[in-house]
Ligand binder design. Structure first.
Ligand SMILES: CC(C)(COP(=O)(O)OP(=O)(O)OC[C@H]1O[C@@H](n2cnc3c(N)ncnc32)[C@H](O)[C@@H]1OP(=O)(O)O)[C@@H](O)C(=O)NCCC(=O)NCCS
Length: 170
């Protein structure tokens, strides 16, 4: 899914007591913990993490974020990353969004997405994309709410997106 510009994004405020912090060295474990709980559609492991966030700790520190609950525990993560070789590095990329199941459905992803999109703007990106797939209805609803549109390359994509969008809220 993609957004040709980052203008007019919806704004949401984080509920009181929840905070966001940037990556610190060693946070791969927190990232894996969150995704192991949240991500039931694909396995995640340290190799995936290293491949997907193939950059220095300094870059991770400014582009990867953790959502903390009122007790200060990491309960979500998302990254304001940059485009891969296909898309090009000037594209911003919303990368690997997840909130642990116990905290889902409480409206936390919306302010977290607002924060991540703001970071992409701060880093100078004028547009953004993300990858997802058809079983991710909650996430796709969230991305549609934020104005991301399906990228349709050919008839097969069109058939899949027609089926997915028929079940979406927006
Ligand atoms: C996607 C995810 C981060 C949403 O987190 P969340 O905290 O539950 O989301 P919120 O409560 O802030 O809801 C945000 C929006 O997401 C959509 N959404 C959330 N749960 C949904 C559900 N069960 N069904 C349909 N849409 C849903 C809605 O559009 C909702 O906004 P609305 O209630 O105003 O309509 C969470 O479901 C998750 O971590 N999923 C597993 C990991 C994943 O699939 N990541 C995305 C990979 S592409």
């Amino acid at each position: 899914m993609f957004r040709d510009d980052l203008n007019g994004l919806p704004r949401y405020t984080m509920p009181g007591g929840y905070t966001i912090r940037g990556y610190q060295p060693g946070d791969r474990e927190a990232w894996l913990y969150i995704h192991e709980l949240a991500e039931c559609d694909r396995p995640v492991d340290k190799d995936i993490y290293e491949e997907q966030f193939d950059d220095t700790d300094d870059v991770r520190a400014i582009r990867q974020f953790f959502l903390l609950n009122t007790a200060g525990a990491e309960i979500g993560t998302a990254s304001a990353w940059y485009g891969d070789d296909t898309q090009g590095r000037h594209w911003g990329r919303i990368h690997w969004v997840a909130i642990v199941p116990d905290e889902q459905g409480h409206g936390l992803a919306k302010p977290f997405m607002s924060f991540i999109c703001d970071k992409l703007i701060e880093f100078g990106h004028n547009n953004a994309y993300l990858t997802t797939w058809d079983v991710k209805a909650p996430a796709i609803n969230l991305y549609l709410l934020f104005g991301f549109k399906p990228q349709i390359n050919g008839e097969n994509d069109r058939v899949i997106w027609d089926r997915v969008l028929a079940k979406c809220k927006y």
